[in-house]
Design a protein around this ligand. Structure first.
Ligand SMILES: [Zn+2]
Ligand SMILES: [Zn+2]
Length: 141
């Protein structure tokens, strides 16, 4: 059974508010979104919301471990609800499109560095870069 947004918030020790629920719902339908994109979706349901409150909610949810924040080079911080599986991302170097890439070996950290300098490795965060399908077609023309 999939956990409801409300019980996920409660389990994380956060109060259930319309803003938090709407932000989580928005990230479910548009993963890898930045704060502006989330704000536009949330504002449709909660017209009184502000971009600042969306930023605050995203920070709270990230800190509580309910969403993951990723920051590909050259991009605004992006947020997603797929957490805890150490998955990676592939980013289009031309248009910035982004997609999930499953963990390379199935479990964290999934990549073994040749040297860890004495660190105990917990996770690996990899960004693959390339051209998305649309940009490949454009480039071929
Ligand atoms: Zn592209
Ligand atoms: Zn992802």
């Amino acid at each position: 059974m999939e956990q409801t947004v409300e019980s996920a918030l409660r389990d994380a020790g956060l109060r259930v508010t319309a803003g938090r629920v709407t932000v989580l719902d928005a990230l479910h339908s548009i993963p890898h979104s930045d704060a502006d994109q989330v704000f536009r979706v949330v504002a449709r349901e909660l017209p009184t919301t502000s971009i600042q409150s969306v930023h605050n909610i995203l920070a709270d949810l990230t800190e509580a471990g309910l969403i993951r924040r990723i920051e590909p080079a050259g991009s605004a911080a992006l947020y997603e609800r797929r957490i805890g599986d150490n998955h990676h991302h592939v980013v289009c170097s031309r248009c910035g499109a982004i997609a999930d890439v499953d963990c390379v070996a199935g479990h964290a950290p999934c990549l073994d560095p040749s040297s860890t300098s004495g660190f105990a490795i917990q996770s690996a965060e990899v960004t693959f870069w390339g051209l998305c399908g649309d940009c490949q077609r454009d480039a071929a023309q």
